[in-house]
Design a protein around this ligand. Structure first.
Ligand SMILES: [Fe+2]
Ligand SMILES: [Fe+2]
Length: 264
């Protein structure tokens, strides 16, 4: 058996593996920051109340990118290019999750439906981010510097998820329910396959760097496939359910507000 904790420790202990791991994370976060920043700039008049929250969402993601960059610098490492097969955000965009970059690079205002799509896509991807950051937090117990940084990001991802739940519930009541349900379902089913493919690619790159045996690589690839099967059979439903979060208006404050509830 290969313990997940051991895999993380191997990555943390090897400069080249850590460099690739943080570079991939930093790039995903920075792309998320850019996308949300552009969405905030192009919000239609009917959704103006959401603009500051979307901008805050983008600012948080850009900050996460800088945090992963800082972890690299602290170790005297430069970011490296992200292999195309390990580029989660670009693969999602290519599959229609996340608004098309061509649209976001333009100056034309988005539609209300685009904003609903952005929130539904984010509902799915923020669930992934929240779970991943919680796992990374759990497995970085021996590395206080990494753990501190990850905790900050993890709290933000929980806030992003709470915000998506709350705003989607509001928009569902305002007449978008069917579109939201449809978008959530198709996004989740697409995301779980992309997550499997990206995880497999990342593990293959890390396996090369860390010199894993064929048996170990095959075992990990089988583990990733098993997670996919669990998600395909029914696990995906956790990514589409909508529940009013206990932390309301999670992105409503002007300042980053970790652990605080501004009330409803
Ligand atoms: Fe993030
Ligand atoms: Fe996020």
């Amino acid at each position: 058996m290969v313990a997940v904790r051991t895999i993380y420790e191997e990555i943390f202990n090897n400069d080249q593996a850590f460099q690739l791991f943080c570079s991939i994370a930093a790039s995903d976060e920075a792309q998320g920051g850019w996308e949300n920043g552009r969405i905030a700039a192009l919000v239609p008049a009917s959704c103006q109340d959401l603009a500051p929250k979307i901008a805050r969402h983008g600012a948080d993601e850009a900050k996460h990118g800088r945090i992963f960059g800082a972890l690299l610098r602290k170790r005297g490492l430069e970011p490296v290019a992200v292999p195309a097969d390990a580029d989660y955000t670009m693969r999602l965009e290519a599959a229609g999750i996340g608004l098309a970059h061509g649209l976001l690079r333009g100056e034309e205002k988005l539609t209300e439906r685009d904003i609903v799509s952005y929130l539904a896509h984010s509902r799915v991807t923020e669930q992934r981010a929240s779970e991943q950051m919680r796992a990374l937090h759990r497995y970085s117990a021996e590395r206080p510097d990494i753990r501190r940084a990850v905790k900050m990001i993890s709290d933000d991802e929980d806030n992003h998820l709470a915000y998506c739940h709350e705003e989607l519930l509001r928009l569902a009541r305002a007449g978008h329910q069917q579109f939201i349900e449809r978008t959530l379902r198709s996004s989740a089913l697409t995301e779980i396959a992309i997550y499997r493919d990206v995880s497999t690619a990342v593990m293959a790159h890390l396996g090369c760097i860390l010199g894993w045996s064929r048996g170990k690589s095959a075992f990990l690839a089988a583990g990733i496939q098993a997670v996919y099967l669990y998600e395909r059979v029914g696990g995906w439903r956790r990514m589409v359910a909508l529940r009013m979060p206990s932390r309301r208006n999670a992105l409503g404050g002007l300042q980053p507000a970790h652990h605080t509830s501004t009330g409803a």
